[in-house]
Design a protein around this ligand. Structure first.
Ligand code: C5P
Length: 235
């Protein structure tokens, strides 16, 4: 029997096109995972009510609203207030917005909603950062954004598994939420730098985001259970 702690650290991405598919997957995974992640695809297709519908169907599951906000502080804070009213538990914003922006988000979020700062997207490599005008190495940019997240009082960061060890000290007690997770033998898909659940937890991840390895499995609940067991073994 896997521990509640292991289960609560598993976040499954509801990367599906509509509410019917999202509610069906949520129903299959209830009791097997800790949180469901609603991203841009589903949110744009169904609107904010999708958060309330999933929450109403499964009040025991956390909702992670992955909207990666990036705007002026006042607008970001307004969006955070709206997300809070919807009942989301976690929301992402871009850390590159700066400390002032992050602080406005944290203030608007209050105690119920945790703000996660996305450091540098895993799809952005050194060349992409340079093209965007950043002269420092990616690792340094990530480090500076972790500092900004801490200073602003964010609940956590979203980072690549590869960055976990180097960020360990700097990130302190921030949640470290890691996508790009692949159990040994699972298809990698478009993810470039993947990591197993056990390795990510061993390196300090507090939450893992998993999409296709669970969603596309023949038995998604069993696939989730296997990952939870692997997390449990690494805790
Ligand atoms: O299917 P897969 O396990 O690759 O899904 C990973 C999820 O995490 C997707 O929803 C993706 O958008 C999200 N994500 C990511 N890399 C990031 C941030 C979020 O893969 N840097």
């Amino acid at each position: 029997m896997s521990s509640d702690r292991a289960r609560s650290s598993l976040i499954v991405a509801l990367d599906v096109p509509d509410a019917d598919a999202a509610l069906a997957l949520a129903g299959t995974l209830a009791g097997h995972v800790g949180m469901l992640k609603i991203g841009l695809e589903l949110f744009v297709a169904e609107g904010p009510s999708i958060v309330q519908r999933v929450k109403a169907a499964h009040p025991e599951l956390g909702i992670f609203l992955d909207l990666k906000l990036h705007d002026i502080p006042n607008t970001m804070a307004g969006a955070i207030t709206s997300a809070r009213k919807l009942g989301a538990d976690l929301i992402t914003v871009h850390a590159g917005s700066g400390v002032e922006h992050l602080r406005a988000c944290v203030e608007a979020a209050g105690d119920e909603l945790g703000v996660l700062a996305v450091t540098v997207l895993t799809s952005q490599d050194a060349a992409a950062c340079q093209q965007a005008g950043h002269t420092r190495p990616v690792s340094e940019i990530v480090g500076m954004r972790v500092d900004a997240a801490r200073e602003a009082g964010c609940a956590g960061i979203v980072c690549s598994g590869q960055e976990l060890l180097s960020l360990r000290e700097r990130a302190g007690s921030l949640y470290k939420v890691v996508p790009g997770i692949r159990p040994a033998g699972a298809a990698v898909g478009d993810q470039k730098r993947v990591m197993t659940p056990a390795r990510a937890i061993g390196d300090g991840a507090t939450h893992l985001v998993v999409g296709r390895p669970i969603r596309n499995a023949e038995d998604p609940a069993a696939a989730a259970d296997a990952i939870v067991a692997e997390i449990d073994g690494a805790l």
